[in-house]
Unconditional design. Structure first.
Length: 283
C-alpha cells in the first residue's frame, strides 16, 4: 500500500514488546533456571547442570508424570463418550429452542469460578454430602463412603471442568456436515448405523481431535482439582511443580519440571497442528 517497512515495524513494536517482556523473557529465564543448582538455604547457584533433569527420572517423579498422562487421557476419553452424544443431539435432533437452552447449560461451567465449583464438589462428595446421603437412602450403601481424595473425585472434577471443550468443537464439526451427504447415504441404501460409521464419524474427526487436544493439554497443568478433591496419591504434575516452587523452595527443580510440562504441551499442540494440516489438505 505504499507504506515503508519501518512504519509497519513501528506499528508492531508495542505488541512485540509486550510479548517479549511478559512471555518470551520469563520463559527464557525459566529455561535457564532449570539448568541451575540449588545451594544452602534455597540459594540459587547459576552453574550449568543437568542434575535437575536427572532427578526427574526418579521413580516418584515418573509415577507422578505417568499418573498425569493417564488422568489427562482418561478425562479426554470420558469427555468424548459423554460429549459426542450431546453434540450429535444438538446438531441433528434438537430444535432451535432446545439447542439454545442446551448450549446455555453447557456454557454454565465457564461462568462459575473454578474455586467455587470445587467447593461445591466438596459438599457433594463429602462423607456427609449429597451423594452419600442419596446412596444411603436408596440402600446402595450401608455406611458413608469417602469419595474424596480418590482418583474418582479427581477425574470427576476434571470431566466437569473440561467437558464443554469437547462438546463445542464436536458440535461445530457436526454442524458443518451437509445434510445432503446424509440424505445421499440413505438414498444409496445405507442405514442409520452405516451412515454414522461411514459418513458422520469420519467427518467429525477434526472436532474429536480438537476436543481431545483442548482437554488433554490443560489437564497436564491442572493442579487445583487434584489439590482440593484429591490427596497425595492423586497429585498431578501441576501439584508437583507448585510444591517445588512454594513448599520445597527448590526453584531449579520446579523450573525443570515446568520445562518438561511445556514440552508435553508443545507436543500436544504440534500433534493438533499436524491433524489440522492433514484435514485441510484432504479438503
Amino acid at each position: 500500500m505504499g507504506r515503508t517497512p519501518l512504519a509497519s515495524h513501528l506499528l508492531l513494536s508495542p505488541a512485540a514488546l509486550w510479548v517479549l517482556v511478559l512471555l518470551v523473557s520469563p520463559v527464557a529465564l525459566l529455561i535457564l533456571l532449570s539448568f541451575a543448582k540449588i545451594g544452602a538455604y534455597g540459594r540459587i547457584l547459576w552453574r550449568f547442570s543437568l542434575a535437575n533433569f536427572a532427578q526427574i527420572l526418579r521413580p516418584a517423579y515418573l509415577w507422578t508424570i505417568g499418573r498425569t498422562l493417564v488422568y489427562a487421557g482418561a478425562t479426554a476419553s470420558i469427555c468424548l463418550l459423554l460429549g459426542f452424544p450431546a453434540a450429535y443431539y444438538l446438531s441433528f435432533a434438537a430444535d432451535s429452542k432446545r439447542k439454545n437452552l442446551l448450549l446455555f447449560a453447557i456454557m454454565l461451567p465457564f461462568w462459575t469460578s473454578a474455586l467455587v465449583a470445587i467447593y461445591c464438589w466438596l459438599i457433594v462428595l463429602g462423607r456427609e454430602g449429597l451423594l452419600n446421603t442419596l446412596l444411603l437412602r436408596i440402600g446402595f450403601l450401608s455406611s458413608p463412603f469417602s469419595f474424596l481424595n480418590t482418583p474418582f473425585s479427581v477425574i470427576l472434577g476434571l470431566v466437569y471442568f473440561y467437558l464443554p471443550y469437547m462438546v463445542l468443537p464436536l458440535y461445530a464439526a457436526l454442524e458443518k456436515i451437509p445434510q445432503t451427504l446424509i440424505e445421499a447415504s440413505h438414498d444409496l441404501g445405507a442405514g442409520d448405523l452405516k451412515t454414522f460409521l461411514r459418513v458422520i464419524l469420519p467427518l467429525s474427526w477434526p472436532g474429536v481431535a480438537s476436543g481431545a487436544i483442548l482437554i488433554f493439554v490443560p489437564c497436564l497443568g491442572d493442579f487445583l482439582t487434584a489439590e482440593f478433591l484429591g490427596g497425595p496419591k492423586t497429585y498431578l504434575l501441576g501439584n508437583l511443580i507448585d510444591n517445588q516452587f512454594l513448599a520445597a523452595q527448590n526453584w531449579p527443580l520446579g523450573a525443570a519440571l515446568t520445562v518438561l510440562l511445556m514440552g508435553l504441551l508443545m507436543s500436544g499442540l504440534y500433534f493438533y497442528g499436524r491433524v489440522e494440516v492433514e484435514e485441510t489438505s484432504r479438503v
